[in-house]
Design a protein around this ligand. Structure first.
Ligand code: PLP
Length: 427
């Protein structure tokens, strides 16, 4: 496979950007080699700068649930764009996207649009603190919530201790407001509530943790969180930046039928443009400025072009059987790959249209400690073999894959064959 142009572009990029990239995982550090520079995409396929074609399961890390350059999205965006790209004043398009969401999602009653998932989470945390007049937040090891200061915290050594910052530049005083516990561990959560009685503003969780492998939680654990939060007047935040409009139109809240207090969205909601959002009931949302005293604003918030893309994409998601078809395809892919895995070297976990390849013998992986870091060397070999066979995944073994409505059964069959070839190299 010729990747000369990508390599040249990367050399140039290294002069301009730290590590040659504008977001770290793109740099291919965990799989080795140079990142591929992408030239174009259509449907389920992408082409790199050297003209190599791939079936894409990264899908821009989740937003592209209809695949690349979807005609409906492009046509709508084109029309809006010609009327101007940003006004910093309200437009009808914000109402339309809000109506599309709120009329089809009973878990939130009001919404605020922002420009990224990180911004949505950051604002949701401020809202929870403003509403409860408490400072501490509880998060889980193995969940990612964007690069928000107080959430770049990893667990300490004890069951319930203040963690350590996972990034330089985060003041210790911020870290001291964040309690980090293991996923799927009720007693750790109970202990935290005992230790910090009446101090915890919110518990934040990815209800389908999909940023550090796919660490599926039982409904029972999520229900337990709902109950312990209610009992302690703590707000439960579902960070649905990845699972929103992915697990179902109502995300994981809809899938499990659990009512969180605040939900954050991102990725799919923007149809490939930078959009995030957070929503809650009317009472909680009334705290947001200008109605209330929790300040949050944005120059490009509710941007008309981005709103248009969101409307076009979410309208497709509302069509009959959209999610059932996606899930059927994902199951087909996962079962196909698992079948050609005679040595049980790896396991594919999946939920809805998200899948994850784990090199493990474990039946279930539901918390970050269950992942064997050494197994990532297998992923490296697998990854490069898949690229050679024309299959593109996110370049890290901790990342999940996404099936879009643009993937065809022919794509899926070819992917299974690519895995077969890769497997031969692994054993
Ligand atoms: C991607 C993601 C974020 C961050 O969103 P950005 O748009 O990258 O800032 C936050 N939370 C979850 C669960 C995510 O998957």
């Amino acid at each position: 496979m010729e990747t000369k142009k990508s390599a040249e572009l990367f050399e140039r990029a290294k002069n301009y950007f730290p590590g040659g990239v504008n977001s770290p995982v793109r740099a291919f550090r965990s799989v080795g080699g140079n990142p591929l520079f992408i030239e174009k995409g259509k449907g389920s396929h992408i082409w790199d700068a050297d003209g190599n074609e791939y079936i894409d399961y990264c899908c821009s890390w989740g937003p592209l649930i209809l695949g690349h350059a979807h005609d409906g999205v492009l046509n709508a965006v084109d029309k809006t764009m010609r009327k101007g790209t940003s006004f910093g004043a309200p437009t009808q398009l914000e109402n339309e996207l809000a109506e599309l969401i709120l009329l089809n999602n009973s878990f939130i009653k009001k919404i605020r649009f922002v420009s990224s998932g990180t911004e949505a989470v950051m604002s949701a945390i401020r809202l929870a603190r403003g509403f409860t007049k408490r400072n501490k937040i509880l998060k889980f090891e193995g969940c990612y919530h964007g690069h928000v200061d107080s959430l770049l915290v990893k667990a300490g050594s004890g069951l319930v201790t203040f963690g350590n910052s996972s990034s330089a530049g985060v003041p210790e005083s911020f870290v001291n407001e964040t309690i980090t516990v293991q996923l799927n561990n009720k007693s750790a959560v109970e202990e935290a509530f005992l230790k910090f009685k009446d101090e915890i503003a919110c518990v934040i969780i990815e209800p389908v943790p999909a940023n550090n492998g796919l660490l599926l939680q039982g409904k029972e654990f999520l229900t337990f969180l709902r109950e312990i939060c209610t009992k302690n007047k703590t707000l439960l935040i579902f960070d649905e930046v990845i699972s929103g409009f992915r697990m179902s139109f109502c995300g994981a809240a809809g899938l499990y039928n659990i009512q969180p207090d605040i939900i954050t969205y991102g990725k799919i909601i923007g149809g490939g443009f930078p959009v995030g959002a957070y929503g809650a009931n009317k009472e909680i949302m009334a705290c947001i400025s200008p109605e209330g005293n929790v300040y949050q604003a944005g120059t490009l918030s509710g941007n008309p072009v981005a709103m248009t893309a969101g409307i076009a994409q979410l309208s497709e998601c509302l069509k009959e059987n959209f999610y059932a078809d996606l899930e059927k395809k994902t199951k087909y892919l996962v079962e196909g790959i698992n079948k050609i895995n005679p040595f049980k070297l790896f396991k594919l976990f999946h939920l809805g249209s998200i899948f994850w390849i784990a090199f493990t013998e474990k039946e279930k992986i539901s918390n970050a400690d269950d992942i064997d870091a050494n197994s990532m060397s297998y992923f490296k070999t697998l990854y490069h073999s898949l690229l050679e066979s024309g299959v593109y995944l996110g370049p890290s073994g901790y990342e999940v894959g996404f099936v879009s409505s643009a993937h065809t059964y022919d794509d899926l069959d070819k992917t299974v064959l690519a895995f077969k070839t890769a497997l031969n190299k692994l054993v």
